[in-house]
Design a protein around this ligand. Structure first.
Ligand SMILES: NC(=O)c1ccc[n+]([C@@H]2O[C@H](COP(=O)([O-])OP(=O)(O)OC[C@H]3O[C@@H](n4cnc5c(N)ncnc54)[C@H](OP(=O)(O)O)[C@@H]3O)[C@@H](O)[C@H]2O)c1
Length: 254
């Protein structure tokens, strides 16, 4: 497949799933600009692994910083030539805790990153996509935003917000050939899941139970989640907008 020939894609968050999105876009002929937050070493490694013609650059970004987000979006447009798709894979949740035990600073930070981060990015990319008369916005969220999930209430609230926000944007932008969708992964084999499964407390207990409950009887590979994400970020998804699509091995069927 050559879904991304002539296309420029900004991937925000080059972690486990984000890195795989970068690789698939590159393999399908596209150009990628990606961001990282704290993990500079992994970003350097990802940058070095992408084919030269496909890699347009990378930058450090905290999506809660509105001005920095706008600046990095501008930087990516300059590097890519034009911005055809935005894929956001940013997440803050790394530990499961019952809501009554979470401090409010963590609740606020979670919502700042997982919901306002997505909103800040949309605010910056939309005028550019509108001017081009084309765009794809895909956010990798979570099934917790559809069905709730124990011990991640703040994150579930943020993810639910992302789904509703994306549906509203989809309605506002459909006539400009801009599609806005959300991918909701179930447990996916990245460093994030590995860390949670190995936890000896509540996170490990709940995540191991969740993986056992998946009808497919295994976690997803990052490639399986990236594959749906890339489809939605491509021109082929021209008639799909306002959707929150689960890639969860049947864990959630709603
Ligand atoms: N893996 C799973 O089982 C699973 C299941 C359901 C949903 N998800 C969701 O899918 C998404 C990707 O997951 P993943 O497994 O690939 O996780 P990951 O490897 O931890 O990736 C998360 C990414 O978010 C970036 N990030 C964190 N805080 C940020 C901030 N303030 N500003 C900008 N970037 C920030 C991280 O950058 P640095 O690493 O550079 O700090 C990293 O690239 C996340 O939203 C996650 O919650 C994952």
């Amino acid at each position: 497949m050559n879904d991304f020939v002539g296309r420029g894609v900004l991937v925000v968050g080059g972690g486990g799933i984000g890195a795989e999105v970068c690789r698939q876009v590159a393999a399908q002929g596209g150009r990628v600009f990606f961001t990282y937050n704290r993990n500079e070493d992994a970003a350097r490694e990802l940058a070095g692994s992408l084919p030269e013609g496909a890699f347009a650059g990378h930058a450090q970004l905290d999506v809660t910083d509105e001005a920095a987000t706008a600046a990095v979006v501008d930087q990516s447009v300059q590097a890519l030539g034009k911005l055809d798709a935005l894929v956001t894979t940013v997440g803050y949740l790394h530990q499961l805790t019952m809501f009554e035990d979470v401090d409010m600073a963590t609740v606020r930070r979670t919502i700042e990153i997982e919901l306002f981060g997505v909103i800040n990015l949309a605010k910056s990319v939309l005028p550019k996509m509108r001017a081009n008369g084309y765009g794809r916005i895909v956010t990798v969220g979570s099934d917790s935003g559809k069905v709730g999930s124990k011990a991640e209430a703040a994150s579930a609230g943020a993810r639910g917000g992302v789904i509703a926000f994306s549906k509203a944007l989809a309605r506002e932008t459909a006539s400009s050939d801009i599609c806005v969708n959300v991918v909701c992964p179930g447990p996916t084999e990245t460093g994030l899941l590995e860390q949670m499964l190995a936890d000896e407390g509540l996170s490990g207990k709940l995540m191991n139970a969740m993986v056992r409950a998946v009808p497919k009887r295994r976690a997803a590979s990052p490639a399986e989640v990236a594959s749906m994400t890339c489809f939605l970020a491509s021109e082929r998804a021209s008639y799909v907008t306002g959707q929150a699509i689960s890639v969860s091995g049947g864990l959630t069927m709603s």
